[in-house]
Ligand binder design. Structure first.
Ligand SMILES: NC(=O)c1ccc[n+]([C@@H]2O[C@H](COP(=O)([O-])OP(=O)(O)OC[C@H]3O[C@@H](n4cnc5c(N)ncnc54)[C@H](O)[C@@H]3O)[C@@H](O)[C@H]2O)c1
Length: 138
């Protein structure tokens, strides 16, 4: 069972946080006193919607941008304790239709993000990767 109390006063970054899973995590963790920052591209092709966080909008920080943009992400990661990395395109059809952009977003982008985040966060970090894989480590 998850210990949600452990998130109290922790700085949590959620990439893809305006999507289905990320917005639900944001709502849950705000309730437990976490400080939430979301980065979401709000690309109309994907599932993000500001309405997903409407109820907690005044209690979180939202950046509309691409999680693959180092100039956006570096300062945010520096001020983060825990990351849920949920930015993704989740359509199996699109992964066949546009395989190279799918690879860039769902594979290469996550690898680069994981590498740079692992180098910048001194303590422990939690990752949730495409396809639901998760990683936790220091
Ligand atoms: N929904 C499920 O049942 C389920 C189950 C297991 C795993 N997952 C995985 O969890 C992750 C999130 O799934 P979801 O259902 O919340 O999808 P979703 O489409 O609702 O959310 C994905 C979010 O990522 C954002 N995004 C896309 N490209 C981005 C970029 N370049 N930079 C920043 N944000 C970007 C989208 O705008 C969207 O808000 C995916 O990796 C998915 O494979 C989902």
């Amino acid at each position: 069972m998850l210990d949600f109390e452990a998130y109290r006063e922790r700085r949590v970054l959620i990439t893809g946080g305006l999507g289905f899973i990320g917005s639900n995590i944001a709502q849950k963790l705000v309730h437990y006193g976490a400080s939430i920052t979301i980065v979401d591209s709000l690309d109309p092709l994907y599932g993000g919607n500001p309405a997903n966080v409407a109820e907690i909008r005044d209690r979180i920080t939202v950046h509309v941008g691409d999680y693959r943009d180092p100039s956006l992400m570096k300062p945010i990661i520096r001020d983060t304790d825990i990351i849920f990395n949920l930015a993704a395109q989740v359509s199996y059809i699109d992964s066949s239709r546009i395989p190279f952009s799918d690879l860039d977003l769902n594979c290469k982008g996550h690898f680069n993000f994981l590498s740079s985040a692992a180098n910048r966060i001194p303590g422990r970090a939690s990752f949730s990767l495409a396809l639901g894989l998760s990683w936790e480590g220091s």
